[in-house]
Design a protein. Structure first.
Length: 94
């Protein structure tokens, strides 16, 4: 099993800082390590303008998404946010 390096894009870092502290801690302690251990099985592949990226889902009311890209042994977290807003953000950035 290859070792992965996890990076946050500047946009993902801003997204993370804007979330409530409890959610931010949950992402850093619980969810990012899951993605770092097994990025392919942790998230679902995306289609359309986000083709090639993956989406990791967690939470209930609100639901959150972590959009990331796997390139070799490097995982780049692209966006973090609520289900309602993250795809709108992604559309604006593409």
């Amino acid at each position: 099993m290859p070792a992965y390096t996890l990076e946050l894009s500047p946009a993902a870092y801003r997204d993370l800082k804007s979330l409530p502290a409890v959610v931010r801690q949950q992402i850093v302690k619980d969810h990012l390590p899951v993605i770092a251990r097994a990025p392919v099985s942790a998230g679902r592949p995306l289609a359309g303008s986000l083709y090639g990226q993956r989406s990791y889902h967690f939470g209930r009311r609100p639901e959150y998404r972590i959009i990331y890209l796997v390139d070799g042994n490097v995982i780049t977290v692209v966006l973090i946010g609520t289900r309602e807003g993250i795809y709108k953000k992604a559309k604006k950035r593409s």
